[in-house]
Design a binder for this molecule. Sequence first.
Ligand SMILES: Cc1ncc(COP(=O)(O)O)c(C=O)c1O
Length: 389
Amino acid sequence: MSTTVTEGSTRTNAKTMKVPLLDLKAQYAPLREAMRRAVDAVFESQYFIGGPAVAECEKLIAEYCGCAHAVGVSSGTDALIIALMAEEIGPGDEVITTPYTFFATAGCIARVGAKPVFVDILPDTFNIDPAQLEAKITKNTKAVMPVHLYGQCADMDEILEIAARRGLTVIEDAAQAIGSEYRGRRAGSMGRYGCFSFFPSKNLGAAGDGGMVVTQDAAAAEKLRMLRNHGMSPKYYHAILGGNFRFDTLQAAVVNVKFPHLDAWSAGRQANAARYRGLFDAAGLVQTGLVRLPCEAPQRRHIYNQFAIRAERRDELLEHLKQCDVGTEIYYPVPLHLQKCFAYCGGREGDYPVSEAAAKETLALPIYPELSDEQAEYAVDCIRRFYRI
Ligand SMILES: Cc1ncc(COP(=O)(O)O)c(C=O)c1O
């Protein structure tokens, strides 16, 4: 730690320190021995595809989500793909989701040949606005794909009610939301399919790519198992067309070592969110409206995969924080209806104003469980100095 004079500061001698957006080395350090033993055991077995580690991971995740079945796959993206394939969604079909999400959500819809149809988000939760959903349903609509963005569940009661009444399948994009709850129900367990990602930055991350689909339906689970392995059952017999969407044994072994820590890590993220609220408040940043903090909607368990603030002069703030060595990220700078590859869907600037505003205003701050009090204080102090409060 050093002492510097920071440009734009109303105080001199401000501290500087490094605050990464995510510190996976800090997570790994106490797990090193257990992780190496688990990885070694896979090497000793020379069983790299499927096997007991994958079965154990599926059991852990199914139980954790309150689902009867879990099917491990190669990524969160592939989890979405095989859920769509299991429903035989393809050309001529439409699937409703939001334009304010990671690309994979709508990318997967398009990759199976269906059309992504967008519905704007709510300004407080960044999740799909159920009040606008029904107007987008056509005779071609097959499914709704709500995204539990940043780790907080969408308004599932409203979505499930509309979907049931209009005969639509609900595929939850729960990639960012493992352990998140909506009225006591776990993310992923409410729709016909719940899709998770073990991308390393998620609350439960692998040492590479991995994902999982959960479902309550035995027939759907069986189909997913076939789809992830070329539609094969029994061996070398292919009644349906699938692909290689299998979950690596090594990745499953890594997830199994991390799994017992998931709730403590999510609690750590929640504690950091509470700490940020206190610090932003004490700094006067909330009262001025220069910064708006993420909301926790009622009856939710937010697992804070991201802590995304809305900030005045966001891009300048980002630059300032970069100079201060505080890691940030914009999730996401371009709403999907304005991405070049979706131009054929006909989206124009102004079509989804809440998503467009969010894309211009949000900035994710470090929220990982190992973030220290000092680091959080420093990050907020850097923001305070930027606004010259
Ligand atoms: C909302 C959302 N959907 C889907 C995905 C895709 O997951 P993966 O990166 O594991 O393919 C992600 C992951 O980044 C995501 O955040």
